[in-house]
Design a protein around this ligand. Structure first.
Ligand code: PGA
Length: 248
């Protein structure tokens, strides 16, 4: 089963930060497990074009962290569409990260973002996750189900979709779900996705405070197809440690 290690840089990086990716790329090229996983990095928009061109024939894929909910061009200041992202060579985009949901991304907007991205041949990393209050009120599964069914539908090509489960309370906090809890939630998410796509579920990743240490406790959960990594993806050593310890 193909695994994914996705590094989400958020608001981090300048042109010379490409050194971090060079180290990761070098590690990958010598890793005996390299055919078992894919590496995707999402730098800020400012670096998309140079990084995409540089890694074009290498093993790291480049994606954006978000996109605008219009297909090509429009009059929205500072907006960047899937067509524009694809045109500079990126191959993925994150849609629905909790940072952007909390800034106002609605299900309707997310649906447009997913549709236009796929239409423009960008693969989608679709993020879902409950917040602390929802978890406390035992609403996690209901919230996740709604987030999925409001945006994804049967007509989409599931081969180009990756779902990332990121509990909002776990992002950047060091707090983690228990392995048991995470296994149950992941199985639930895959069941909903199978219901939509009628056969196999797309890949489902976990994200939220993943590091080289705690990844060991998650590797026994076979249902998890990989990880979306924020903080630890800004250091080549930390990111490589996650991959090394996952396969150890
Ligand atoms: P984190 O971020 O690994 O720093 O918790 C994950 C994310 O927001 O994608």
């Amino acid at each position: 089963m193909m695994r994914y290690f996705i590094g989400n840089w958020k608001m981090f990086g300048v042109p010379k930060s490409i050194n971090i990716l060079n180290k990761i790329n070098l590690f990958h090229s010598r890793d005996k497990n390299r055919n078992k996983y894919r590496i995707i990095i999402t730098p800020p928009f400012t670096l998309l074009e140079t990084y995409s061109k540089y890694f074009k024939n290498k093993k790291i894929s480049i994606g954006s962290q978000n996109c605008y909910q219009k297909e090509q061009f429009s009059s929205n200041t500072a907006a960047i569409s899937p067509y524009m992202i694809k045109s500079v060579g990126a191959t993925y985009t994150i849609v629905g990260h909790s940072d952007n949901r909390s800034e106002g991304d609605t299900n309707k907007m997310l649906k447009d973002k997913v549709n236009f991205s796929l239409k423009n041949n960008l693969k989608v990393i679709f993020c879902i996750g409950e917040n602390k209050q929802e978890k406390k009120n035992k609403k996690t599964l209901a919230v996740l189900k709604k987030q999925i069914t409001n945006v994804l539908s049967k007509k989409l090509n599931k081969k180009n979709i990756i779902v990332a489960y990121e509990p909002v309370w776990s992002i950047g906090t060091g707090e983690l779900p228990s392995a048991d809890e995470l296994k149950k939630t992941t199985i639930f998410i895959k069941k909903i996705l199978k219901g939509i796509f009628k056969q196999k579920s797309p890949a489902v990743l976990y994200g939220g405070s993943v590091d080289g240490k705690n990844v060991e406790s998650f590797k026994k959960i076979k249902e998890i197809d990989g990880f979306l990594i924020g903080g630890a993806s800004k250091s080549s050593k930390k990111f490589i440690d996650i991959i090394k310890n996952y396969y150890r």
